[in-house]
Design a protein. Structure first.
Length: 56
């Protein structure tokens, strides 16, 4: 059995007052990179949903 982790990162961060939540620095690295690295350490398959380039 393969275990997968899904990181739902497709929101537009409207509560962040215009800042990109995925790029916020946490522990010295962007949030999305930090969470993806943690997920990769736990499972062989990691999927990330991202917002459309076209906007909402």
């Amino acid at each position: 059995m393969t275990v997968a982790i899904l990181i739902p990162a497709a929101g537009f961060g409207t509560r962040m007052r215009g800042a990109d939540k995925l790029l916020q620095i946490v522990d010295g690295v962007p949030l999305l990179r930090r969470q993806a690295a943690r997920a990769r350490a736990a499972a062989p398959l990691v999927l990330v949903t991202l917002p459309s380039l076209d906007g909402p």
